[in-house]
Design a protein around this ligand. Structure first.
Ligand code: ATP
Length: 236
């Protein structure tokens, strides 16, 4: 079998004494969009945090392109080529658009060429380079958060509910950006609450429940089987 872009095997993760992941296993193939679906509190966000070294992983292993990254400190993880856009975007709101991008570029010492490619993907940001990011619209902030992550030229991108709270027109633009990235060979883990949004983008879906991956299925198989959606997500 080909090496996975990213692989979690039997990961246990904790917040203090509270266990949030219980032997979670996931496999992200190169160039695919893998969507994590599950109810509130199932552990989807924690799975992304575990990959980024932001929660305590007490058992199991996390590998990128076959390299063990389980014990790397959090600031080293992005340098391995993993971009992360957390829920709620977490921009430096006092800084301008240009300054936020600069922070992304510095992380892996990327330059003007990378910056230009990222701005080509989100042209609206080019018009707003000197605007404070806290004054952007929700959709523009999401684009900036993605743009900043892409300044690392990641080959794996983790997106936590990127379309949450956005207008439908913006949702479409974010979706187009994600599928454009996949076309360029970027592998994506997408946490999404809305089943429709998930199924319209995902190649495969992992159903997360109680800190475990119950099963991973092709998106087409999920569409044909609403009973699964009812069972794991409560809709469908
Ligand atoms: P949601 O979509 O609601 O964010 P989720 O599937 O992403 O759901 P997580 O946020 O990963 O779920 O939460 C998994 C479990 O870990 C939940 O039981 C949650 O209460 C717990 N948890 C999350 N963050 C913390 C924290 N900072 N401290 C303690 N427990 C936490």
């Amino acid at each position: 079998m080909a090496e996975a872009a990213l692989e979690l095997v039997g990961v246990d993760a904790f917040y203090g004494e509270v266990q949030a992941l219980r032997g979670l296993s996931l496999r992200l193939e190169r160039g695919e969009v893998l969507c994590l679906l599950g109810r509130n509190g199932a552990g989807k966000t924690t799975a992304l945090k575990a990959i980024m070294g932001l929660v305590a992983v007490r058992a199991g292993a996390i590998g990128k392109d076959g390299r063990d990254i389980t014990r790397l400190p959090a600031h080293e993880i992005p340098k391995t080529g993993i971009g992360y856009v957390p829920q709620g975007r977490r921009l430096f709101s006092e800084l301008t658009v240009a300054e936020n991008l600069e922070i992304g570029l510095m992380t892996r010492k990327k330059g003007e060429e990378t910056r230009a490619a990222v701005l080509d993907l989100f042209p609206v940001l080019r018009e707003r380079l000197s605007q404070r990011s806290g004054t952007l619209s929700g959709g523009e902030q999401q684009m900036l958060a993605m743009a900043r992550a892409l300044c690392l030229e990641p080959d794996v991108l983790l997106l936590d509910e990127p379309t949450e709270g956005l207008m439908p027109s913006m949702i479409g633009r974010i979706r187009d950006a994600v599928s454009g990235l996949r076309d360029k060979g970027v592998s994506v883990v997408l946490v999404e609450q809305r089943v429709e949004a998930a199924l319209s983008l995902a190649d495969r879906v992992a159903f997360i429940e109680n800190g475990q991956n119950r099963e991973t299925l092709a998106a087409a198989a999920v569409r044909a089987d609403p009973a699964r959606l009812r069972r794991y997500v409560g809709v469908g």
